[in-house]
Ligand binder design. Structure first.
Ligand code: SAM
Ligand code: SF4
Length: 490
């Protein structure tokens, strides 16, 4: 695996299309304006309390912040103001999304990769890792194993390799959607993969990709160059920087961005995520990313870089990162993964997280064979609890687990979703659908304990729906779910 064949090289040379970068540049420049980022971080070095409170008030009006405002929040040093920001994060999240958490599972398809990212266990030169790409039959088995636990939503993950290009990914999406078991099926499959061309992204759109997710890793050009060797595909920073623009142009209008925290100064990365959001909104009629992810670096097999990362993020800083993101983009989904231990997840979910994975196994083939094998994993997971355990804890925290995929299947993506999210109305559609999908989970898959307390929570949430007509309609659908009907939504 360490050596590239001549045909691999030919393939690598054919991937990047400069014209699909240049068309998005302004005067030859990309949207990462380092002068602006450092300038704002310096100008807003010492924000006073009234400025912070003004900015928080703007977030509560569900307005996206400007770079100077986010920079001010990042530089706040007063613990009492941070407590106010944590509370505001929760308030905004409840207002836009309600008391629900969307839950999904990661499904790793292949760890073959032509790149050499310093921090990743899948990097080409890592000969300690066992390479594996799921066959169609193995993929069916993995999907069945996930369905049998109650999952409805996946994020499918791939290395970057000629074997796993867009056609292969399209085939795997078709396979996953075709697997059915009793009442169960995967209703939304998101993809985390390499940056693609517009033509390739159209292929993924045609087979019903959910969110297309690519993390920039770091927005800091010098760090990016250092960690992604320049003779690799991933070494081309701008090809990655504009993959979401290409996705929007290919009609994949739910896109997920992210930064890998620990590679560089977290304040710079948050400013980068904000500038990315602003550039997408500017070009695509107000539609920014559907989700933002903020993974922290985790140890990986035979990956010495991680033992001495330059910018390790402690737990308190991590909570602040999530809070500033929540306040900066009040209507964008925020994804917290099982890279984080259960205790950190408990602490951070309330400041504004909208999606988590649960019952996760990132070993390739790990769901069907039940083992987590370090040598097939990209990094080590921290929260290895089962889906039912996580759901049970969320119920204790007063939160409904949503497996809802209605928005995507009814065309409530991109512009439509952003509009209702910005108006703070997601919960009049999404909360009822969360209730209905949670009821399905409780009926079909939950342990006795989770089922008992889950139904109690459901009844309370039903009572709190905003109007009597809606309550009646959802109550009627709930009775149908209890009678065995499935996949009902508003
Ligand atoms: N190969 C594709 C790419 O690089 O975009 C997609 C799959 S990659 C397996 C998914 C993400 O995992 C990367 O974008 C990176 O942010 C994250 N990742 C890689 N190594 C990691 C580590 N050691 N700890 C935590 N996350 C890591
Ligand atoms: Fe390959 Fe992605 Fe890992 Fe980089 S992060 S080595 S591109 S799998």
């Amino acid at each position: 695996m360490a050596e590239l064949s001549r045909s691999d090289r030919r393939w690598i040379d054919s991937v990047i299309r400069e014209d699909e970068i240049e068309r998005y540049l302004i005067d030859g420049k990309d949207f990462i304006d380092q002068e602006l980022i450092w300038g704002e971080l310096e100008r807003q070095a010492d924000p006073d309390a009234s400025r912070i409170r003004e900015i928080v008030a703007k977030s509560k009006e569900l307005e996206r912040l400007e770079p100077d405002e986010t920079a001010a929040l990042l530089n706040c040093r007063d613990p009492q103001l941070w407590d106010e920001m944590y509370a505001a994060g929760l308030e905004i999240k409840q207002h836009v999304y309600g008391r629900r958490i969307v839950t999904f599972a990661p499904l790793y398809i292949s760890n073959y990769c032509v790149n050499n990212c310093a921090y990743c266990g899948f990097r080409r030169e890592n000969t300690s890792i066992q390479r594996k790409c799921l066959s169609e039959e193995e993929l069916r088995r993995e999907t069945l194993a996930l369905i049998s636990k109650g999952h409805k939503r996946l994020i499918m993950v791939y290395g970057e390799h000629p074997m796993t290009g867009a056609d292969f990914i399209a085939d795997t999406l078709k396979t996953v959607y075709s697997v059915k078991e009793d009442a169960g099926e995967i209703r939304r499959a998101n993809v985390n993969a390499a940056p693609f061309s517009i033509d390739d992204l159209r292929k993924l759109h045609e087979v019903g990709i959910g969110t297309y997710q690519v993390f920039q890793e770091t927005y800091h050009p010098e760090t990016y160059r250092r960690l992604h060797p320049q003779d690799t595909l991933k070494g081309h920073m701008r090809w990655r920087l504009y993959c979401m623009h290409r996705a929007m142009d290919a009609e994949v209008d739910d896109v997920g961005i992210g930064a890998l925290f620990g590679l560089f100064d977290y304040r710079f990365e948050i400013m980068g995520l904000l500038l990315h959001t602003i550039d997408l909104e500017r070009r695509f009629d107000g539609v920014g990313p559907h989700t933002i992810s903020f993974p922290r670096l985790e140890p990986a097999v035979n990956t010495p870089y991680i033992e001495k990362p330059g910018y390790k993020i402690d737990d308190e800083t991590f909570k602040r990162i999530v809070t500033v993101l929540r306040l900066s983009v009040p209507y964008t989904g925020l994804i917290l993964t099982a890279r984080e231990p259960a205790g950190v997840r408990r602490e951070v979910i309330p400041v504004g997280v909208t999606q988590i994975d649960a019952g996760s196994n990132i070993g390739i083939g790990g769901y069907a064979d039940g083992n987590i094998v370090g040598e097939k994993q990209q990094f080590m997971l921290s929260d290895t609890r089962s889906l039912d355990e996580v759901i049970s804890e969320l119920v204790d925290m007063g939160m409904i687990t949503s497996f809802c995929t209605a928005g995507y299947r009814c065309g409530r993506t991109g512009h439509y979703f952003m509009d209702i999210a910005k108006e703070g109305k997601v919960h009049t559609l999404c909360m009822p659908n969360a209730i209905l999908t949670f009821a399905e989970y409780l009926s079909d898959y939950a342990s006795e304990e989770t089922r008992r307390k889950g139904w109690e929570l459901l009844s309370r949430e039903l009572e709190q729906l905003p109007d009597a007509q809606l309550r009646e309609r959802v109550g009627e659908l709930l009775r149908k779910v209890r009678r065995g009907e499935r996949d009902l939504y508003l």
